[in-house]
Design a protein around this ligand. Sequence first.
Ligand SMILES: C[S@@+](CC[C@H](N)C(=O)[O-])C[C@H]1O[C@@H](n2cnc3c(N)ncnc32)[C@H](O)[C@@H]1O
Length: 186
Amino acid sequence: MSRSRIGREFFEDLYARFEDPWQFADSAHEHDKYAHTLAALAALDGKRFERGLEVGCSIGVLTKQLADLCDQLVGIDVSDRALARSRERLRDQPRVSLARMSLPEEMPPGPWDLVVCSEVLYYFDEAAFGLALERLRTALGDGATVLAVHWRPATSTYPRSTPCRRTARLWSAQPTARTCSRRTSC
Ligand SMILES: C[S@@+](CC[C@H](N)C(=O)[O-])C[C@H]1O[C@@H](n2cnc3c(N)ncnc32)[C@H](O)[C@@H]1O
């Protein structure tokens, strides 16, 4: 049975109750995850990105690390509370801009040469997921890099448990795309 999309109210409520709901700033698991994420980008031979988009930037912990790799980075999130924390964390990062937007209905205009969707695509239902991938795909510049990170074990709440296969398949249909998949224990 398909589960409903998890929307803005859920996240606003979560951020009202917890400063850092997933302990992005402090947990060893999250630090390991970020290290794997950055290593995947570093494996692209030290490539720098002109315009990066981070979907679901939350309180800006990963955003701050991605900012070092991009000339311009745009972070979007559905939650005003998360973005307020992100703004504070990134106040000395002039190359980063933040906006409250909900993919797929809202998206800043491309082209992007880096898109990062870390732990966000599994909140979408089937329709929103398909539309989100399509909107991202059509906003990619030539030779763009797309990095998707997913929590894969089953949960009692997430609508999608296997966004990775669909994401990889969509991008492998792109003539210029290179896809790689790595499963980690963290
Ligand atoms: C689990 S957090 C991931 C944070 C960060 N990407 C990371 O990996 O550290 C998911 C974030 O995605 C945001 N989000 C959920 N659905 C979204 C959507 N449709 N558009 C933009 N942001 C969304 C939530 O508000 C939340 O801050």
